[in-house]
Design a protein around this ligand. Structure first.
Ligand code: NAP
Length: 392
């Protein structure tokens, strides 16, 4: 696959990352790169999705429900319209696709990631749940096949850039930065009263709802640590998180000689998206530069573990292994929905995750054998039911 010419499928194209990916593709086309969108997917038939179809003219599209697919097929008779999880897999495995951008949110993203790798495709993975839940299945496909995977995440992207081709033995530790989310300075006793609107008001990034709440609980940061462990083969003891409220520094690598490399840049996901689409080449983005001459201050703080109990719970699940992270992810999705519907207070997301992990340890772990996709789906369904009824 040439860096200058790629045929892309964008799964989750109407979301925050998906729509920015289409913007980056437009920008690259203006720079003369022959990037072509051959497939798009969205959850629903919406005006936004139709506008993307009209703009990019993909050969195939997919939506979640059959009714939406039927309606789209009538309006776009020359387009191959698929639906449901199978529709996502068909797009991810299509023969004329070079690069699958997976910008789906949640566990629905895992199967298309695996499907694309089975067909030895290159995957640009924003769906961090794929790596968290199915890391071992992904690693096996990467080991045994010729597919490839790069993470669209500003923290991981910065780590690719800082690590370059240095051997991992030269690395003392990886340091991911975290803004701290909207409640970094909120009095702990007030957290029980914060509203969904306050939790959705991220101080530095504009993103989809799930990841925004995950930033407030730091489940997102735990997923990034797990992703870094999977992607770079660095053990958990050598991956740290620092609070950096301004989000200018995306990650740092500390080497064994005591020196550090960091990537700084504007708070804009299009840098990471473009960096991965054109990897390893750097291309102009036209984004506003960091205001260095205006006295930009770079400040770090230690990670306040007591403030973010869900972070430790999710990492504990990662260390337990098996299907524990599938349980955590599914529980997190349900608990976030319950919080957004004002059914449970914000701290109950963390409490709920802790309870589900305890139940998983007693009920599921002792029965667990080999981890395959069916096991992960079974545990996902179990955790969803548990988290609907967990009393918190
Ligand atoms: N946003 C960021 O800045 C950022 C940064 C790093 C990593 N990530 C990761 O990237 C992923 C996407 O995040 P996001 O913020 O872009 O999410 P988002 O804005 O919520 O977008 C999610 C996309 O998935 C689609 N979708 C939802 N449910 C679906 C279903 N059941 N079947 C098919 N499609 C479905 C949505 O379609 P509809 O629009 O039709 O609902 C939308 O296109 C997440 O894993 C997130 O953690 C995001």
């Amino acid at each position: 696959m040439s860096i200058l010419e790629k045929r892309l499928v964008v799964l989750g194209s109407t979301g925050s990352i998906g729509s920015q990916t289409l913007d980056v593709v437009d920008q690259l086309r203006m720079l003369g790169y022959a990037f072509r969108i051959v497939g798009l997917s969205a959850g629903r038939d919406s005006d936004a999705f139709r506008a993307q179809i009209d703009r990019t003219k993909p050969r195939m599209i997919a939506v979640a429900a059959r009714q939406d697919a039927d309606r789209l097929q009538i309006d776009y008779p020359d387009t191959n319209v698929c639906w449901g999880p199978d529709g996502l897999i068909r797009l991810a495995q299509s023969a004329d696709v070079d690069l699958v951008v997976n910008a789906l949110v949640g566990s629905i993203g895992l199967e298309p990631t695996l499907a694309a790798l089975k067909e030895n495709k290159a995957v640009a993975l924003a769906n961090k749940e794929s790596l968290a839940i199915g890391g071992c299945l992904i690693q096996a496909l990467l080991r045994d096949g010729s597919g490839s995977l790069l993470s669209i995440d500003s923290e991981h992207h910065a780590l690719y850039r800082c690590l370059g081709d240095r051997p991992i033995e030269e690395v003392a530790r990886l340091i991911l930065t975290a803004s701290g989310g909207p409640f970094l300075r909120t009095d702990a006793s007030d957290l029980a009263h914060v509203s969904p609107e306050q939790a959705l008001a991220h101080p530095t990034w504009s993103m989809g709802k799930r990841i925004t709440i995950d930033c407030a609980t730091m489940v997102n940061k735990a997923f990034e640590v797990i992703g870094a462990h999977q992607l770079f083969g660095v053990d958990f003891a050598r991956i740290d998180v620092l609070i950096h409220p301004d989000s200018w520094v995306h990650s740092l690598v500390e080497f064994v000689d005591g020196s550090l490399l960091a990537e700084l840049g504007p708070r804009d996901m299009r840098i990471a998206i473009q960096g991965i689409l054109c990897h390893p080449k750097r291309m102009p983005t036209g984004l506003t530069r960091l205001p260095l001459e205006k006295g930009l201050r770079i400040e770090f703080e230690p990670f306040p573990h007591a403030r973010y109990p869900a972070f430790a719970t999710v990492l504990q699940a990662a260390k337990l292994g098996g299907s524990a992270l599938a349980a955590m992810n599914a529980a997190d999705e349900v608990l976030i929905t319950r919080f957004l519907q004002r059914e449970i207070p914000f701290p109950s997301i963390a409490t709920g995750l802790h309870r589900i992990l305890e139940s998983w340890s007693h009920e599921i772990a002792p029965l667990e054998g080999t981890i395959d996709l069916q096991t992960l789906f079974r545990v996902d369904a179990w955790a969803r039911t548990q988290s609907q009824k967990v009393r918190i």
